[in-house]
Design a protein. Structure first.
Ligand SMILES: *Cc1c(COP(=O)(O)O)cnc(C)c1O
Length: 462
C-alpha cells in the first residue's frame, strides 16, 4: 500500500519537484491501485529502478531467449509495438509478412511443397507444441473413429528429457504421457527402446532437436526408421512431431547435412522458437505442418467480425504482431549466410568454453557445444568441497546467471551447470566468464585449506 507522509502539507508543484523526492511518497503502491496519478517521469523512474534489480540480461547464460538485436531492430520494434497480429484484415501487410515467414521456414525445413505449406506464428514454442499436439490427437481420434475403435486412451511418447511444455500438453489435453527413461550416458530419447512404449493408442512421438537439458540432438532419422519398421510389421502408423525449439534455427545452418526435418516423410509437424535462435526478442514461435492433410480442418476457426474471412488456429486471440515483423526483419537482414555466420560464431564460442572446461581438473564436460551451442558440465567426483549449486550461487556475485540442476528421472544423480551461448555472447565475454569461473573455483578450493594453526606440526605451538 502506498504510504503518503505529510498529508497536511500543501501539495508540491509537481512540475518542478525533483524526480527522486517523489513528492512525499515513501513507498510505491504494491497491492492496490493508487488513488491518484503521478507524473509519467516519476512512474517511469519507479518502474525502471525496480526492474534494474533483475540483473543484466546479457550475463544471463541460463536462457535460450534473445537478449540482443540490432539498433535498427529496436527502432522497428518501437515503430510496430501497436500491431495486433489478429487484426489481419486491418493490418494486411503484417499478415502478409507472417505468411512470407511461414513459407521461408517451410523451405528451410524442406516441406514437400513450401508454396502450399500450412503454418502460423505463435507466442512461442509452447503454443506451437499445444497446437501440434492437438492436431496429432484430433487426427488419431478421426482415424480411430473411422475404424470403429475406441478413442478413450490416447498416449504420447517422448523422452524423459522433454521440456515441461509436453507435460503441460499431456495434462491439459488429457493424453497419457509416456516417458522413455534416460539410460546411462544417453540423456535423451533414442530409437532403442522406443517401440516398447508405442501402441495403437499413440497419437505421436515427440523428437527433440536440441534437448533443453544438455543441448544434445535426438536421432530423429533413426526414430522415424524404427517407426517405419513398426508400421510395416503391424500396420500401425505413428507420426512424429519434431520439437525444434532451438535446433530449428541451428541445424539448417550449422549441421546442414543432418536429416531431421520434413525430408523424413514421418515428420508431420515442426515447431520452433523465433525468440530463441530465431534471434527475435520474446515472444514469437512458429509451427508448421507438412501439408494441409495433417492439420485437421475442424481445428481451424473462421471469424468474420474483424472483416474478411480470417482462419485462425491459435490459443490466444489478440497477440503482439511486432515480433513477427522483427522475424521478417532478421530474415532480410541476415539471409541464409548471415544466420550461418551468427550460429557458427555461437558454436565456436561454445566449443571454446567446452575445451577450456576440459582443461580444468575440477570439471567434467557432459556436452561441448557440438550440437546446440550449449555446454553442460559437472563437478568432478574427486571434488568434495563444493557442488554445482554452490558454484551457481558463487558466479552470481559477478553477475553471471548460470543455472544448476539435476537431470530427469533415472539420471537424477547427475547435477550439471549449463551455459547457453547466444548471439551477443562474444569470445571476449567468454574469456571474462572463464576468468571469473577460475577465480570462483580457486576461492571454493581455498575455503577448505587448513587453518594456519592446523598447518603447523603438532607440538610447535606452546
Ligand atoms: C524452450 C523450449 C520449449 C518452450 O519454448 P517457448 O518458446 O519458451 O515457449 C519447448 N521445447 C524445447 C525443447 C525448448 O527448448
Amino acid at each position: 500500500m502506498a504510504v503518503w507522509t505529510k498529508p497536511d502539507q500543501a501539495a508540491p508543484d509537481l512540475t518542478v519537484v525533483p524526480r527522486f523526492t517523489r513528492a512525499g511518497m515513501v513507498d510505491v503502491p504494491r497491492d492496490r491501485l493508487p488513488a491518484n496519478p503521478m507524473l509519467p517521469q516519476t512512474a517511469y523512474q519507479v518502474v525502471l529502478d525496480e526492474v534494474m534489480l533483475d540483473g543484466n540480461a546479457r550475463f544471463n547464460l541460463a536462457t535460450f531467449v534473445t537478449t540482443w538485436m540490432d539498433d535498427e531492430a529496436d527502432r522497428l520494434y518501437a515503430a510496430t509495438v501497436d500491431k495486433n497480429m489478429v487484426d489481419k484484415d486491418e493490418y494486411p501487410q503484417t499478415a502478409e509478412i507472417e505468411s512470407r515467414c511461414v513459407r521461408m521456414l517451410a523451405d528451410l525445413w524442406h516441406a514437400p511443397d513450401a508454396a502450399v505449406s500450412v503454418g502460423t506464428s505463435t507466442t512461442g514454442s509452447s503454443e506451437g507444441c499445444m497446437l501440434a499436439g492437438m492436431a496429432l490427437k484430433r487426427r488419431w481420434q478421426q482415424a480411430r473413429r473411422a475404424a470403429g475403435a475406441s478413442t478413450d486412451r490416447p498416449n504420447i511418447v517422448m523422452g524423459g528429457n522433454v521440456q515441461v511444455v509436453w507435460e503441460k500438453f499431456a495434462n491439459y489435453w488429457e493424453v497419457e504421457p509416456r516417458y522413455v527413461p534416460l539410460e546411462g550416458d544417453v540423456l535423451h530419447l533414442t530409437e532403442e527402446h522406443l517401440l516398447d512404449y508405442v501402441d495403437e493408442n499413440t497419437i505421436g512421438v515427440v523428437a527433440v532437436l536440441g534437448s533443453t537439458m544438455d543441448g544434445s540432438y535426438e536421432p530423429v532419422e533413426a526414430i522415424c526408421r524404427v517407426l517405419d519398421e513398426h508400421e510395416a510389421a503391424t500396420g500401425v502408423a505413428v507420426p512424429v512431431h519434431v520439437d525444434a525449439a532451438s535446433g530449428g534455427f541451428i541445424a539448417p545452418f550449422v549441421q546442414p547435412d543432418l536429416v531431421w526435418d520434413f525430408q523424413l516423410p514421418r515428420v508431420v509437424s515442426i515447431q520452433s522458437s523465433g525468440h530463441k535462435f530465431g534471434l527475435v526478442y520474446p515472444g514469437v514461435g512458429w509451427v508448421l505442418w507438412r501439408d494441409t492433410e495433417h492439420l485437421p480442418e475442424d481445428l481451424v476457426f473462421h471469424v468474420n467480425y474483424l472483416g474478411g474471412d480470417m482462419p485462425t488456429f491459435a490459443l490466444n486471440f489478440s497477440r503482439p504482431g511486432a515480433q513477427v515483423v522483427l522475424q521478417y526483419y532478421q530474415f532480410l537482414r541476415l539471409g541464409f549466410e548471415g544466420y550461418r555466420e551468427v550460429q557458427q560464431a555461437c558454436q565456436d564460442v561454445a566449443r571454446h568454453l567446452g575445451d577450456a572446461l576440459r582443461r580444468m581438473p575440477e570439471y567434467e564436460v557432459i556436452t561441448d557445444g557440438s550440437e546446440l551451442p550449449v555446454v553442460t558440465f559437472r563437478v568432478a567426483d574427486h571434488v568434495t568441497l563444493f557442488d554445482v549449486f554452490d558454484m551457481s550461487r558463487k558466479l552470481r556475485e559477478r553477475g553471471w546467471l548460470v543455472p544448476a540442476y539435476t537431470m530427469p528421472p533415472n539420471r537424477e544423480d547427475l547435477a550439471v551447470l549449463r551455459l547457453v551461448v547466444r548471439n551477443g555472447f562474444s569470445h571476449d565475454m567468454a574469456e571474462l566468464f572463464l576468468r571469473d569461473l577460475a577465480t570462483a573455483t580457486e576461492w571454493m578450493d581455498d575455503l577448505s585449506a587448513p587453518m594456519p594453526s592446523e598447518e603447523q606440526p603438532s607440538g610447535f605451538h606452546h
